[in-house]
Design a protein around this ligand. Structure first.
Ligand SMILES: *[C@@H]1O[C@H](CO)[C@@H](O)[C@H](O)[C@H]1NC(C)=O
Ligand SMILES: *[C@@H]1O[C@H](CO)[C@@H](O)[C@H](O)[C@H]1NC(C)=O
Ligand SMILES: *[C@@H]1O[C@H](CO)[C@@H](O)[C@H](O)[C@H]1NC(C)=O
Ligand SMILES: *[C@@H]1O[C@H](CO)[C@@H](O)[C@H](O)[C@H]1NC(C)=O
Length: 309
């Protein structure tokens, strides 16, 4: 919750980018900072900026897990016309009272000005069988953002995240070959491999949404050269072009781009861009050949090719 409130607060700090009438209505030096905010109703500094409201999102980053969803959302948040949600909600995976849930979902969205669009990200949606129909029921004209990487890289990244989470929680870990290989062959039932079958998952979305409502961001390109990918997203969301080259600087230590916006500099969390474990080359080859046909199917379904193995 503190994270959510913190981001509401940060949103307020972004008000400089808003039309002048909003700036005057909002104090430039709030009395408390992110982290110290614990309760939406008690702190006067948390009174929503006049003229803002909470709405269901206009766009959702639906996945894929480990595709670069956090980087994409943080980079889009540079845009003054974007209000980014701070929490992942997994709302459309649930089987609860829909109307009640929708109200709760809306409350988790950031306060936004009428000229802003709200964006949330929940990487699990892409592989959820329930999400497409439910999101469609909420807003059939919503614009979906899907960020993908080479499916083999994604599997290794998925494994790496689980590996570090388990280490932190003092749980036993397995070597990558032990989860990827079963009885001498590729363990295609491994969840991380299943999640990389982009053709299987996108088919499910295309049953509910036309292709022109789904914009695919090339996650490998976004990391190497963020601006052109973000400009494509601006056009897809019909936002005026506001993200510029000076919003990014390369951090040599991290080996990644960091963000410069609103006079602040920020890099992605340390857990992003962890080095991957070395993987046995014959297992890598097996992954590449397993995904090859699935990738081709995917290219055909979305009418676009990617630079994947
Ligand atoms: C938040 O504020 C309300 C109203 O003042 C109060 O009833 C509630 O206990 C507070 N919650 C927390 C977590 O401080
Ligand atoms: C549905 O999404 C579209 C596209 O982002 C947006 O223009 C529209 O306002 C949304 N409708 C609602 C009710 O939020
Ligand atoms: C660059 O990355 C390093 C390592 O993550 C970090 O400690 C440092 O603060 C970053 N520098 C800048 C200018 O972002
Ligand atoms: C890779 O794994 C195979 C069995 O899965 C094994 O025969 C081979 O020696 C391994 N290669 C290396 C370089 O470790």
């Amino acid at each position: 919750m503190a994270g959510l409130l913190g981001s509401v607060f940060l949103l307020v700090l972004q008000a400089y980018a808003a039309p002048p009438e909003f700036i005057q209505m909002w104090p430039s030096t709030p009395t408390s900072g992110p982290g110290s905010l614990g309760n939406e109703t008690v702190s006067p500094s948390l009174v929503p900026p006049p003229g803002t409201s909470k709405r269901t999102p206009h766009s959702i980053i639906i996945g894929v897990r480990k595709g670069g969803t956090r980087a994409l959302l943080e980079m889009l948040d540079i845009h003054p016309g974007v209000a980014a949600a701070a929490t992942e909600v997994h709302f459309f995976d649930w089987d609860e009272n829909y109307a009640k849930g929708l109200e709760w979902y809306r409350r988790l969205m950031p306060y936004s000005y009428p000229y802003q669009i709200t964006i949330e990200k929940t990487p699990g949606y892409f592989t959820s069988p329930l999400a497409p129909a439910r999101i469609h029921a909420m807003n059939s004209s919503i614009r979906l953002l899907l960020i993908l990487r080479d499916p083999t890289e994604r599997v290794i990244s998925d494994y790496t995240q689980v590996y570090f989470n388990r280490l932190e929680n003092h749980k036993p870990v397995q070597a990558i070959e032990d989860v990827l290989v079963r009885n001498g062959g590729l363990n295609t039932r491994y969840k991380a491999i299943q999640r990389s079958l982009y053709d299987v998952h996108v088919k499910n979305w295309l049953l509910h949404f036309p292709l022109d409502q789904i914009h695919i961001v090339d996650g490998d390109t976004l990391i190497r050269d963020p601006l052109p990918e973000l400009q494509r997203v601006e056009r897809f969301l019909e936002l005026p072009p506001r993200i510029v080259a000076s919003n990014f600087y390369f951090n040599q230590t991290k080996g990644f781009y960091c963000i410069r916006s609103d006079g602040r500099e920020r890099c992605l969390h340390e857990s992003k861009g962890r080095p991957h474990p070395p993987v046995n080359s014959s297992v890598l080859q097996q992954l590449h050949s397993y995904f090859r046909q699935h990738n081709r199917n995917f290219y055909r379904l979305v009418g676009r090719t990617f630079d994947w193995h």
